[in-house]
Design a protein around this ligand. Structure first.
Ligand SMILES: C[S@@+](CC[C@H](N)C(=O)[O-])C[C@H]1O[C@@H](n2cnc3c(N)ncnc32)[C@H](O)[C@@H]1O
Length: 335
């Protein structure tokens, strides 16, 4: 008997696809950059409009097969690069109507237990989304107690980071911590029992190590800054994020570099060198509707923000880099 073939796209459901498509407004065509191709949900939705052209990126080479299928079908309307989005401005000299980021992991990555993202598996600690210099195993077995504590506390917002890092150090003196279940056991032992907990005890630590391994904060900051360079005046910078640190970064950028940026004191004159990269920004967060959340619980924590590029010349928003330097410096630590 022939078994049904699992689709390449697996079980990934694109988050807020209608909202993203509406914002892109592809009815009359346009150039769009899908910076986080994944299972191709957003690219496919936009390609339904016959004059829409997409450049898509993903750091994970396991999505190449899905991208190749789209390439065959849509030819020159779809181009894919297996690259990280931090350098997206070096990919094309075109100006774009929208640049879209849908951050974090796809279900393809989470469901592939061999990649070590899921704490429900017994696989090798890896957690690379692709094109990383280090694995989770190297971090867990080589980084100092202080570094582990800083990483777990800052990127995971884990209150019991100190206890968890102490126990990692104790255990690794006895054996090499190679697998996700070994790390899960250490976390369980370290944390106070909380019977009302809404999320698994390991969620925050796993998230922190994953962010560190993939340098996700540096990627995001470089990505949104470089996206600003390649947008047309009136073009949209669209970001869907799932983590409070990511949303804080996007919010700071959109609020402080828009025409109506909040002044420290409204009676003081506007700073002469104020850098306005975006039109008026309303600080609106778009969230998934309850119907979508029922179908795709992952969409519950998604926050969509959008800013519209002004016609002003691009100048590097140094304040954004300085404000979050403590995070990008932490991502640069090595054992
Ligand atoms: C949430 S999924 C995107 C899903 C996609 N919107 C869809 O509808 O199928 C995020 C994807 O972004 C990719 N990614 C994450 N960080 C990246 C980066 N810095 N550069 C390029 N791709 C990245 C991941 O490998 C993953 O495939």
């Amino acid at each position: 008997m022939k078994l049904p073939q699992k689709s390449l796209e697996g079980n990934h459901l694109p988050v807020m696809i209608d909202e993203v498509t509406k914002l892109c407004n592809p009815k009359n065509g346009g150039n769009f950059m899908d910076c986080t191709f994944g299972a191709g949900g957003y690219s496919k939705a936009l390609l339904k409009f016959k004059d829409a052209k997409i450049i898509a990126l993903d750091r994970d080479d396991r999505v190449n097969e899905i991208a190749n299928k789209l390439k065959n079908k849509f030819q020159s309307r779809f181009v894919f690069f297996n690259k990280k989005f931090s350098k997206l401005d070096l990919i094309s000299s075109k100006k774009f109507d929208a640049v879209i980021f849908d951050l974090g992991l796809s279900s393809l990555q989470l469901d592939d237990l061999s990649r070590g993202f899921s704490f429900k598996s017994k696989n090798k600690l890896n957690m690379s989304m692709g094109q990383t210099e280090i694995s989770a195993k190297e971090v867990i077995n080589n980084y100092s107690k202080q570094d582990l504590k800083d990483i777990i506390k800052t990127f995971g917002e884990e209150e019991e980071a100190s206890k968890i890092s102490t126990n990692i150090i104790k255990d690794r003196a006895k054996y090499q911590i190679n697998t996700t279940d070994q790390l899960v056991n250490i976390i369980r032992r370290s944390k106070k029992k909380n019977f009302k907990k809404k999320i698994d005890e390991s969620t925050k630590t796993f998230q922190a190590i994953r962010i560190f391994v993939n340098k996700e904060i540096s990627e995001l900051i470089d990505g949104i800054i470089n996206a600003t360079k390649i947008l047309k005046p009136g073009g949209k910078l669209i970001v869907v994020s799932f983590h409070s640190i990511e949303d804080k970064i996007v919010k700071f950028y959109f609020k402080n570099f828009s025409k109506n940026h909040s002044r420290s004191n409204k009676y003081l004159p506007e700073k002469e060198n104020f850098l306005c990269l975006f039109e008026n920004y309303k600080n609106n967060i778009i969230k998934a509707k309850s119907k979508e959340i029922l179908k795709n619980p992952r969409s519950r924590s998604a926050k969509l923000r959008v800013a519209i590029r002004s016609a002003n010349e691009f100048i590097d928003p140094i304040e954004l880099r300085t404000k979050f330097k403590y995070l990008t410096d932490l991502e640069k630590r090595f054992a």
